[in-house]
Design a protein around this ligand. Structure first.
Ligand code: XBP
Ligand code: MG
Length: 258
């Protein structure tokens, strides 16, 4: 039995569907700026998403899909430079307001704030990307709604490692059974689970539907809205058709007795 204290949100794919039309486009623009003919198509990017972290993803691409590329002596520096350029492009894309929050996200954030439920972010993406997304989709100052923004290289190992969720729990002084995590990917669910979090709400997207979410409490297409029911793929569906604090408190209260 535990009382819900905080909601921990993943960013990419969870707060907003940022991968296909955001990160992927930013990567390609950075490659073009560098005079590289690399083209991360929608299909190829889906394969590359098996590796979290943009820098790690570029290295994976070279190792797995572009062995012919003549590596510069300072490959780490080269990748880091590409990634900085990519982040700049991504931030510009966000400023353009191209990618909205997913259904139910703003509603649930507002409900949590109105009832004093704490908020945090646990993401692999670069911190600047989080600020850019929040600034383009929520009221000014919304970044301050989140007590902790656990992002990117702040931890030694990225998802599926538990580091980022452990970092946020430690920073908030919370136990795993006092929070609900929101994720979109198998890697994210593994990360939360291995940090001891049992209450995990998954909202799938084009890239993650069909992945293994074995530790998830419930799997949906979205968090739902009062006028747009969520479709429940697995787990106990919300009776009113959308995920709200009452549903989440029920989740937290029903921690299975092991
Ligand atoms: C998703 C990721 C990130 C983004 C790209 O993070 O794995 O690497 O794809 O962002 P999450 P960066 O789902 O945990 O939010 O290029 O800044 O890594
Ligand atoms: Mg994600």
């Amino acid at each position: 039995m535990s009382e819900l204290q905080a909601l921990l949100f993943d960013v990419d794919g969870t707060l907003a569907d940022t991968e296909r039309d955001g990160h992927r486009v930013a990567f390609n623009r950075a490659f073009a700026d560098a005079g590289l003919d690399w083209d991360w198509t929608v299909d190829l990017y889906g394969k590359l998403l098996s590796v979290t972290g943009g820098k790690e993803r570029i290295r994976f691409y070279l190792e797995r899909f572009n062995t012919a590329f003549s590596r510069p002596d300072d490959l780490d520096g080269f990748i880091a430079g590409l990634h900085r350029a990519k982040t700049a492009h991504y931030m510009k894309l966000m400023e353009g307001g191209q990618i909205p929050l997913r259904p139910g996200v703003a509603r649930l954030l507002d409900e949590a704030r109105s009832q004093g439920v704490r908020l945090a972010i646990s993401t692999t993406t670069t911190p600047e990307n989080v600020s850019a997304l929040l600034a383009s989709t929520l009221p000014a100052g919304a970044i301050d709604w989140f007590e902790v923004i656990g992002a990117g290289d702040i931890v030694p190992s990225k998802k599926p490692a538990p580091d980022i969720y452990q970092h946020v729990l430690d920073a908030m002084g919370l136990a795993p059974d006092q929070v609900v995590a929101f994720e979109d990917s198998g890697h994210g669910v593994s990360s939360a689970r291995d940090a001891g979090i049992e209450h995990i709400v998954v909202t799938v997207n084009g890239y993650t539907a069909g992945q293994d979410f074995n530790a998830a409490s419930v799997i949906l297409d979205t968090l739902g809205e009062p006028d747009a029911r969520a479709h429940c793929i697995d787990g106990t569906p919300p009776e009113n058709g959308f995920i709200d604090l009452a549903y989440l408190r029920g989740l937290a209260a029903n921690t299975p007795v092991v």
